[in-house]
Design a protein around this ligand. Sequence first.
Ligand SMILES: [Fe+2]
Ligand SMILES: [Fe+2]
Length: 296
Amino acid sequence: MALQATRPAPTHVLAHLSDTHLIAGGGLLHGRVDTAAQFRRALDRLEASAERVDALVISGDLTDAGDEVSYALLLEIATPVAQRLGAELILTGGNHDERRPLARALYGNDTDAPQDRVTTIRGLRILAIDSAPPGYHYGGFDDAQYDWLARELATQAEHGTILVMHHPPITYRSPTMQLLDFEETGRLRATLEGSDVRAILSGHLHVTTFGTLGAIPVLVAGGVSFADDAGAPRERMMAADGPQSYSLVEVHPDQVVATVVAVAEHERWPALSPEVSAYLDTVPQQELREVFARRP
Ligand SMILES: [Fe+2]
Ligand SMILES: [Fe+2]
């Protein structure tokens, strides 16, 4: 028997992936990484973890070159997984995406307009907004997008709001990425002030990091395709085939908790010996904490 949780389960669980950089037709990213294989590996890990997942969120740079066939590949890989999990698929564009092919392939809309979407799951509102202005790699919203955000946030959702945007509105250590970061963080901060936004989920940095915008946590999921080696000197950005990751974002009534999951499966072993596990099975649930946590 497996140990049962002694704390209340989260109300919602979001699998937060980012920067899949999909390349259809078997091409390799940087001449090295099979991004479709990486994406499949990440989703295999997610399914193997037997998590109850409410949404599969992918926060931009869905494809590497913004071509329609790569968006089709994304749907081909992700849709069956989302269906098996019973999870909503929530996507937003990044600076490697192209708005019209994205809109056509994902939503059947022939338009250059940003595909900003509201998804509400049992009272949790998720706003996915495209932070990549056409023609640039840095991030920003146009006036209409700021208006859209303000309109949506004028009402509160039962469990609050999670904002999904590719460019994280925080200052990252890499001078290279600072050239490509989100402009007008002050304007965004003012737009979100007093709203029910509980967390911002972003990507773009290809590294797992956390920050704040005002009082709002900014949770950046590491890239699924490749990682920025944060152990390299900040002036010299180095891409690494590892440690790619995704995040599990657990929403509780009073907390949001993000846990990083490595895409690669490392050598592993049971952390509790079979004897301890068997013994714990005999302990009544209400005594587990006292029995297990007491130091000899
Ligand atoms: Fe990226
Ligand atoms: Fe990006």
